[in-house]
Ligand binder design. Structure first.
Ligand SMILES: [Zn+2]
Length: 391
């Protein structure tokens, strides 16, 4: 393109020169004017093309410079959160490039993806849970035998019932055609506490993803999204209480409502505090971690109460206890890593993109929430089968 443009330029220049010096004596005046006009038009076109091309180059160069990753020292105040992450920051980027930056490497890439994948995991678990949980549950053999004894005692005139309700029929090994266990199916325990937890987990993971992706746009975006992020954490912790508390104390409405009211009040208080602008500054990192950790650790109270209430009569509550302890360890370790900023404080700059404390914190949160999902399922199945006299 450069060679042909130069050739055309020479022709134009020579034509203009000739017309200026009056070199052509054989052409008529009309033809000469025509040639001059063509030459002028062609020169203008070339100039225009050259201008556009240089503008494109300048734009591309400017884009490269403008959306470069910057170092910690070059950051505006609202993005200065962790001085041990030295580089690979996005700062004051517009919405489009920020959105596309999800597919490039910078110091938020893994923070975004760890919680985005976590969100998709919990979305899948929610869909799976909705589709797989039974609408009705069949009572266990012990319950049916208890019912049989009760019926025989209270309705001795129904002579056929004892026959139908013998052990072999109830266990499914009998051949009695008129006695179906399905006669005794019961409505399952309510599911909403389990979905409060799943909803809280999804909200937390999605708000965190959004915060890490878009906070670099401006101070206003950052401030709003950080608040949303903290609200998400409070909802995850509060939502985590609902399944164990509701299903453990399902037969004691007073205790159940009291615990749920207390945790809901603590969550509202935490959300109010997290809306304060001062709460978002890096100076309050330890305070933030302690507040959320304290909120989580308060779950020990209903947990101990539950064990005291059922003692050794319900083995499933010990299985859930192991999972709850594991969840507590994962969340606790996450809070510790978050507050201490290990490992990047040991080697500043080395963990800018991979393996820094915030990424570890994210992975531990997803692992803790998944452990809680497993424990919630155990609670649900247990209460479905056990039922409650007060329903
Ligand atoms: Zn985060």
């Amino acid at each position: 393109m450069g060679a042909s443009a130069e050739g055309e330029e020479d022709e134009v220049v020579s034509a203009v020169d000739e017309s200026m010096v009056g070199g052509s004596t054989t052409t008529s005046l009309g033809q000469q004017q025509q040639q001059e006009m063509v030459a002028a038009t062609s020169a203008e076109g070339e100039n225009f093309k050259r201008q556009v091309s240089s503008r494109d180059k300048a734009y591309r160069l400017w884009s490269k410079v403008k959306y470069q990753l910057v170092k910690f020292e070059a950051l505006p105040e609202h993005l200065r959160d962790n001085e041990y992450i030295l580089g690979h920051y996005r700062a004051n980027w517009p919405l489009g490039p920020t959105l596309l930056s999800i597919f490039s490497f910078h110091n938020e890439t893994l923070n975004i993806w760890t919680h985005l994948l976590g969100f998709l995991l919990f979305l899948g678990l929610t869909i799976f849970t909705v589709s797989k949980l039974p609408r009705y549950v069949e009572p266990c053999i012990e319950q049916l035998l208890r019912m049989r004894t009760g019926i025989i005692t209270s309705l001795p005139s129904y002579l056929h019932l004892p026959h139908c309700l013998d052990s072999s029929s109830l266990s499914g090994t009998g051949s009695s055609e008129n006695c179906s266990v399905s006669l005794f199916v019961q409505k399952h325990v309510t599911r909403w506490p389990f979905f409060v937890f799943l909803g809280g987990a999804m909200f937390c993971l999605l708000s965190s993803t959004t915060c890490h992706l878009f906070s670099c746009i401006s101070a206003r975006w950052s401030s709003f999204l950080l608040r949303l992020d903290y609200i998400g954490i409070a909802l995850l912790i509060a939502g985590s209480f609902y399944p164990p508390v509701y299903y453990s104390f399902a037969c004691s409405p007073f205790l159940r409502n009291m615990y749920l009211c207390v945790i809901t009040t603590i969550a509202i208080g935490t959300v109010m505090v997290s809306l304060l602008p001062v709460f978002q500054t890096s100076k309050y990192r330890t305070f933030r971690a302690s507040l959320f950790f304290g909120m989580g650790i308060s779950g020990v109270v209903p947990c101990i109460h539950k064990l005291f209430l059922y003692k050794e009569s319900e083995p499933v509550l010990y299985q859930t206890l192991y999972l709850e302890v594991l969840m507590g360890l994962l969340y606790g370790l996450g809070a510790l890593v978050y507050a201490t900023r290990i490992p990047e404080r040991w080697k500043p700059g080395m963990f800018d993109i991979f393996g820094n404390s915030h990424q570890l914190f994210h992975v531990l949160v997803v692992a803790g929430a998944y452990t809680h999902y497993e424990s919630g399922l155990l609670y649900l199945k247990w209460r479905d089968v056990k039922g409650c006299d007060t329903w």
